[in-house]
Design a protein around this ligand. Structure first.
Ligand code: DAT
Ligand code: MG
Length: 149
């Protein structure tokens, strides 16, 4: 089974849509295997967004992600990496489709509510960066036969 790293950014926590976002992943049929709320350090933020280090928005991105609590999660399921990106929607909430998290709840790219890993390699890296092995639970929901053939 595939795993992906999902983070609800400080705007999502402040907007009180943590429950709504978790509900969407649960309802879809994905399995929550890691969950914590934390105040992100600059060091963690800079590592997480390291690929964007040279971009003009890097400093404001790091300021933003460290500005309040973040809900970090690991979700599991077949194809969860790509599917989570679809549930999340396009980077700019103004162009994200209605029905997606960004499309339903956001209006600006600097406040786009949620992060999701974009590929298997980045998912593995990000899970390792944000979680210790013992913070992740391997478990099989009893509804699994009703989700997978
Ligand atoms: P995504 O979060 O959809 O994977 P990304 O990895 O390209 O998007 O960028 C990471 C974050 O950086 C994104 O969620 C919001 C911010 N960002 C991206 N492009 C931006 C831009 N042109 N102006 C301001 N912020 C931007
Ligand atoms: Mg990205």
């Amino acid at each position: 089974m595939e795993r992906t790293f999902i983070a609800i950014k400080p705007d999502g926590v402040q907007r009180a849509i943590v429950g709504e976002i978790i509900r969407r992943f649960e309802s879809k049929g994905f399995t929550l295997v890691g969950l914590k709320l934390l105040q992100v350090s600059r060091e963690l933020a800079e590592q997480h967004y390291g690929v964007h280090r040279e971009r003009p928005f890097f400093a404001s991105l790091v300021d933003f992600i460290t500005s309040g609590p973040v809900v970090a999660m690991v979700w599991e399921g077949d194809g969860v990496i790509a599917s989570a990106r679809k549930l999340i929607g396009a980077t700019n909430p103004l162009t994200a489709e209605p029905g997606t998290i960004r499309g339903d709840f956001g209006v600006s790219i600097g406040r786009n509510l949620i992060h999701g890993s974009d590929a298997p390699e980045t998912a593995a890296q990000e899970i390792q960066l944000w979680f210790k092995d013992e913070e992740l639970a391997s478990w099989q929901p009893t509804i699994t036969p009703w989700l997978y053939e």
